[in-house]
Design a protein around this ligand. Structure first.
Ligand code: UDP
Length: 323
């Protein structure tokens, strides 16, 4: 296949490019490098089936030649970005997604959109199945991301219904692993970096809020299977092991060999209290479920960040951005 990966220089997009190239496909990777990095594509630089174009998908564009699929990963996705890049997030979820859908329609290609568990907001139903419509604050600090992604889902369904585009919608739950940004403020890079520096681990609120963490290799495998599936309705791709954040902090501290030191900080507004995917649909449609245990995934993530934390310390920086 020849596949466009929008947002292909980001955390998930770059792993998706790796996977497609490893399978023998040809990839055209688009990214405006707002939060992505060419460093993530280092391993693909000499690959003749891989091309990178620095491009903002919010501007009209086309790609010469035939295409089999368009996979859209383009969006800033961390709560620190929700403050800093709110308008860019709203624009890429709407106009950017629209342009990618037009490309898929024009080329009669399949379209995959990577959406989010944030579609469920602060959920009142637990665990969250795709049948749940969510509990989203439309004007809160997270709304730029939640509503942008919900709009992207609506737009995708409209292209499917009006124009017959073969669309797939993934809802991704807290995925972690190598190539996350050290300073993106999310709990995995923040706590891993703190543990490696021997600093106290910042836990927001009392740490009783839960998340369900999926290792990146599992996530990419689910997203790859989804591209080949025929079902246009959303599919949760996440790990159903639910962990309170305080317990998560203890696991990270323990793996880093750190004595337990927690610094409690105020809980940010609208922070979801519980989050856990019901993955019945993914199991049935894709024959998929996650395999990498949290401790193993975190070990690999610690290995990745160890060198980066050292390099950042050498430059005299790299502390997580404030929320
Ligand atoms: N969190 C925390 N300490 C941090 C960063 C985040 O306790 O340094 C909490 C945050 O309040 C949330 C959870 O960890 O309850 C996951 O936060 P993250 O920003 O990673 O993702 P999201 O809230 O979007 O799931």
């Amino acid at each position: 296949m020849r596949i466009v990966v929008a947002g292909g220089a980001g955390f998930l997009g770059s792993h998706y490019c790796d996977r497609l190239i490893a399978e023998g496909h040809t990839v055209v990777c688009l990214d405006n490098l707002a939060t992505g990095s060419e460093e993530n594509l280092e391993g693909l630089r000499r690959e003749p089936r891989f091309a990178f174009e620095e491009r903002d998908v919010c501007e009209p564009f086309t790609i010469a030649g035939g295409l089999d699929a368009v996979a859209n990963f383009a969006s800033p996705a961390s709560p620190v970005d929700f403050k800093r890049l709110s308008l860019e997030i709203l624009r890429v979820g709407s106009q950017g997604t629209w342009n990618c859908l037009e490309l898929a329609r024009d080329k009669q290609a399949r379209f995959l959109i990577t959406c989010t568990s944030e579609a469920y907001g602060d959920p009142l139903v637990h665990p969250q199945s795709e049948a749940y419509w969510g509990n989203v604050n439309p004007v809160g600090p997270r709304s730029c991301y939640d509503e942008s992604k919900r709009f992207a889902e609506a737009l995708t369904m409209a292209f499917h219904r009006r124009h017959g585009v073969a669309t797939r919608i993934a809802r991704i739950f807290n995925t972690y692993g190598p190539r996350m940004r050290l300073d993106d403020g999310r709990v995995v890079p923040a706590l891993v970096a703190q543990a490696l520096r021997g600093e106290p681990l910042t836990v927001f609120g009392d740490g009783s809020q839960t998340r369900s963490f999926c290792y990146v290799d599992d996530e990419i495998d689910g997203l790859r299977r989804l591209l080949d599936c025929d079902d246009p309705y959303p599919v949760n791709i996440g790990n159903p092991r639910e962990t309170p954040i305080i317990e998560f902090a203890r696991i990270v501290g323990g793996l880093a060999g750190q004595p337990e030191r927690i610094a409690f900080q105020p809980l940010p507004a609208d922070d979801p209290k519980r989050r856990c995917p019901d993955i019945t649909r993914a199991r049935q449609l894709l024959g998929w479920e996650p395999r990498v245990p949290l401790e193993e995934g975190l070990r690999r993530t610690l290995d990745y960040f160890r060198e980066r934390v050292r390099a950042a310390a050498g430059r005299g920086g790299g502390a997580p951005a404030p929320r």
